[in-house]
Design a protein around this ligand. Structure first.
Ligand SMILES: Nc1ncnc2c1ncn2[C@@H]1O[C@H](COP(=O)(O)OP(=O)(O)OP(=O)(O)O)[C@@H](O)[C@H]1O
Ligand SMILES: [Mg+2]
Length: 405
């Protein structure tokens, strides 16, 4: 089994997907923008061949170079698990006839307007929305939708350039800040709780499923620095709070023609109980969600993803054993971490539940919390009970402080 894998070294999770492929017996032909000597050791240990490309985000150029490199050989799979490369992988598949989702199918996971149109056509509830290219189109859409509304790029990620707009003056202000965005989605603001629905699927059928909740909603988390955002993953997806979202998610996969691989969907639950689709990607969630799911189910989804795409199977335990929560901390001040308060106390009380501790330590440089969800590090806790897990996470959020200067 020969697999072409796009970009083995970035983001940080990618080397583990390469490892997964090699663990299920695939030969990995990796494509990235770093020189061979700069590849992480895990990648070097697992790849058979490597092609360095000059402009990783140039879809057509990368596709042409990979096809030339293959020189008529046809691999069994061409895969990418990082959002900006999923269309490139599909373009290569289309060009040389490799199984997997076509570029048109992948567009349903990448273009936020096309995705909503395809899902609405299947009779599922999506926010009312319009594709807009100019300020006057945005104003016309706002007249139809009313306020509040959301304006965001068609191919956004990381909540960058996503704005809540409350009135016409606000729209004017936001349009001024979105000048560099050429195409946006203008949509109805959905008030409610915000969840994910994640899968590793085989031919559109989930072999592993997960639901997580964002606390608070990402748009809020990214506007206030003092917040320590929490992502809580649930153990029992049959619970009445979550089941309607899972049902929506499964229908979305079939509406979009999902085949095999990771999916990461976001959905909203309104106070009246209605569930509304948010967005979906055919790749895993970021912000260490894969680790979180692994820890909750005592499994290795990097390997199970590889098994799904190479062998059409997923080995998942019948039951999840834990809920997990990840708490991201943002330092007071920026520069270099000087001290951490509350961590020793938290670890001495609850250390047995702390599975990963990647909080920055004194001497390390702080990060830009607007640029990376990981902020100044995180703790990952787990416990069989959802309420206890959330209580642990909230205590970490409110009693641990990182000081920098
Ligand atoms: N129609 C909507 N109603 C209410 N909130 C919304 C809506 N669309 C987006 N948001 C808020 O903005 C956030 C970012 O939007 P979205 O997920 O579409 O963008 P993104 O840039 O792909 O984000 P990310 O990569 O962080 O998931 C959402 O998580 C949600 O909190
Ligand atoms: Mg999102």
């Amino acid at each position: 089994m020969d697999v072409v894998f796009l970009n083995p070294s970035f983001p940080a999770e990618m080397p583990d997907f390469v490892r997964g492929l090699s663990e299920v017996g695939a030969r990995v032909w990796a494509v990235g923008d770093r020189p061979v000597a700069g590849l992480p050791p895990k990648v070097r240990a697992s790849v058979t061949g490597y092609l360095q490309v000059p402009r990783l985000l140039d879809e057509v150029d990368v596709a042409n170079r990979v096809i030339a490199w293959l020189g008529g050989r046809r691999p069994d799979r061409v895969e990418a698990t990082w959002e900006p490369l999923v269309l490139t992988a599909a373009r290569i598949r289309d060009a040389i006839g490799v199984p997997g989702m076509s570029r048109d199918t992948v567009l349903g996971f990448r273009d936020k307007q096309a995705m909503k149109e395809r899902i609405a056509a299947a009779g599922l509830r999506v926010p009312h929305s319009h594709r807009v290219r100019t300020a006057s189109e945005a104003r016309a859409a706002a007249d139809k939708l009313g306020y509040p509304l959301i304006l965001k790029p068609i191919a956004g990620a990381g909540s960058a350039d996503t704005f809540r707009v409350d009135d016409a003056a606000g729209l004017q202000d936001v349009l001024g800040r979105m000048g560099h965005v050429t195409e946006a989605s203008c949509e109805e603001f959905i008030d409610g709780e915000e969840f994910t629905y994640d899968t590793v699927s085989v031919d559109g059928t989930p072999g592993f499923e997960n639901v997580a909740q964002y606390l608070p909603r990402p748009l809020v988390a990214r506007t206030e620095r003092w917040i320590s955002p929490i992502i809580l993953t649930y153990r029992n997806l049959d619970h009445e709070r979550l089941a309607p979202g899972v049902a929506l998610g499964r229908k979305v996969l079939s509406a979009l023609g999902m085949e095999s691989g990771f999916t990461h969907m976001e959905w909203y639950k309104k106070s009246d109980g209605e569930v509304v689709f948010g967005e979906i990607g055919c790749r895993p969630g970021g912000a260490r969600l894969v680790d979180q799911m692994n820890v909750g189910s005592d499994m290795d989804l990097f390997v199970e993803w590889a098994r799904a795409v190479c062998h059409g199977r997923v080995h998942a335990p019948a039951e999840k054993r834990y809920c997990t929560a990840i708490v991201f901390k943002r330092a007071h001040g920026s520069g270099t971490v000087q001290r951490i308060e509350g961590l020793d106390r938290f670890l001495s009380r609850y250390g047995e539940h702390v599975i990963i501790d990647e909080l920055l330590r004194p001497g390390q440089p702080t990060r830009d919390w607007k640029q990376t969800l990981l902020s100044d590090g995180f703790l990952l806790v787990r416990h069989p009970d959802a309420e206890v897990t959330l209580k642990l996470a909230k205590e970490a959020a409110s009693t641990i402080d990182v000081y920098a200067g």
